[in-house]
Design a protein around this ligand. Sequence first.
Ligand code: NAP
Ligand code: SF4
Length: 679
Amino acid sequence: MFVSVVEKSPYPHLLSPLRVGQQVLRNRVVMGSMHTRLEYGENAVSRQAAFFGARAGGGVALIITGGVAPNWEGRIEEEALTLEREDQLDEHRPVVAAVHAYGGKILLQILHTGAYAKHGDIVGISDIQSPINSRAPRPLTAAEIEATIEDFVRCAALAVQAGYDGVEFMGSEGYFLNQCVATRMNNRTDEWGGSLQKRIRIPVEIVRRTRARIGPQPIISYRISATDLVEGGQTAGEIDTLARALEAAGADMLNVGVGWHESVVPTVAYMAPRGAFIFAASRLKAVVRIPVVGSNRINMPQVAEEILARGEVDLVSLARPLLADPCFVNKSAAGRAAEINTCIACNQACLDYIFVGKTASCLVNPRACRETQFPDTPGRVSRRIAVVGAGPAGLSVAVNAALRGHRITLYEASGEIGGEINLALRIPGKTEFGEMLRYYRTQLELQRVDVRLNTAVSAEQLLRDQYNAVVVATGTLPRTPDIPGIDHPSTVSYLDVLTGRVDVGRRVAIIGTGGIGYDVACFLTVPRGVPDTIDAYLDTWGVDPTIAIPGGIRAPTVHTTPRAVTMFQRSAGRPGERLGKSTGWIHRIELRRRGVKALAGCTYRRIDDEGLHYAIDGRDHLMPVDHVVICAGQEPNGAMASTLARAGCEVHLIGGARVAGELDAVRATEEGFRLAYGF
Ligand code: NAP
Ligand code: SF4
């Protein structure tokens, strides 16, 4: 009997085709829209074509572009793209062609930002100011609303003319169309506000008129907010009414978004359990007959397969996981899931880069969005290279250099690879970092890297072995601050705490409010007895999965924590302000709810049997504590490099061993990747 490849695969649902409207998608993986900033700057079109082409080549069925505004006011920021005229189509055709060349399909996402816009001419459905914008919008007149609807329709028609397989209207995450339907932002009393039917009129009219203009063949996807997670958001009944009306108006597919940008519920960061918000999408699947796409924290094929097999949604949308690995689908189909470079939901090189105006990339895949700069080619000559240290920097250079054809020996003094990744793994919510280790382990084996664990190799030995080059990636050592009493028995380092070497008491002072200080505070205050389940997560963050309350949020459940923790810093700024923009707020809220205090502007006097003596504004204080945990930054640990260099060896110093300040896994991984690319 004939058994298809799909049936034999471990992911039969994920890999099965699906009809959407009048088109057939080759599998169930949609690449969700991402703001990457690739559309700006030199060679923007070829960089986008290479980026999207790589994902289509990696097997994705349907790609949705970053948002393009239908008119000038709808832009997200000054330099953002619009699609308003035929003379702009050449910016799109090469991108479409690159995707079609690999048998993929691509939709243009049409995004009007409304009250979120960061430029000088903000318009909105009404004059209500967004809490994440410094300016209030000018409300559109009724005539301008008609014109705006026409702008959406014209943009869709132009997209089809450019060769796109259809369009997606962005109606979630609190953007303009989402603002129109929620009383939170729509206080109009004319025919575009008030009753639900009037509030949903704009998106429904856009879909209806677009279908009439572009005909039945192109796909119309609507990204619908399946739960707003803000006060004044929609109820389940309102969302259902909108969904049915969009279907009746001609939408082929509902792509589900959750949470407005100002929501204080983490929906995409690593602490959100995988598939935590599928409940919102699966609710809609029961409401409409057109395919529904689920998203958020689906980062491995098994997770996607289980969601699809349970019939919760028809398709899954992956965005960041395809930054991390463009070949996610092909690797899944080939039974090589262990080779997937998994998105760990850190947001450090994607969202956090975008927030500071940089082009997105990826912590685990520094090639992401730089495909034309780093084409996937072998090195000129195969070289014998020693890498010392198997932390993020060492692993990155070892694997990437081996992938380019070099022969690598990787030395690690401890008994396991990973370095500080192993510490991150101990932090509640950071288990995704384990995927990084699984990826590296698999690649080290596949690329036949000679891994020598428990080997504190000396400079002399490396010189004797006559490598063509040596990479020193020996990481950092904890900084010991110069505080009287620093050697008091109550004083311990973050390493002692996170490795479980000390049994930390109930009253704790943490010296340092950097990434490690916050991680340690989180580790020490994790509530006891809260199960590691999606339901418990939603409860902790005040999510109402029935969406009976407008916006689907209620008071969060506050749990009892096992310790009283206070964090200290010498500088005057707000503690934790240098944490990543997209995750720092989560840590600050979480720790505040656990009663953790953070003090700035401190001078440390001494540590003794009484506790920690410190001063603020010249006034002395004593905090009686059982332990003082030192998280005061790190010092480079790369002395071996100068010994090697003096002996005439080609030596490269990377990661924390080179500069410890401002070190994070993004820099470590990227330095390793760039060095490998130079060999
Ligand atoms: P850090 O971010 O540089 O913070 C060091 C802290 O120690 C600061 O609060 C600093 O504040 C204090 N400090 C510095 N020198 C001191 C001294 N001599 N005496 C007393 N206090 C001192 O370093 P880190 O927390 O060790 O983190 C290291 C790197 O790893 C960071 O870049 C961090 O972002 C990264 N990391 C990332 C994650 C993540 O998941 N994203 C997690 C953990 C760590 P004052 O100078 O004001 O006192
Ligand atoms: Fe995922 Fe982090 Fe890469 Fe962003 S930077 S795509 S969150 S692994």
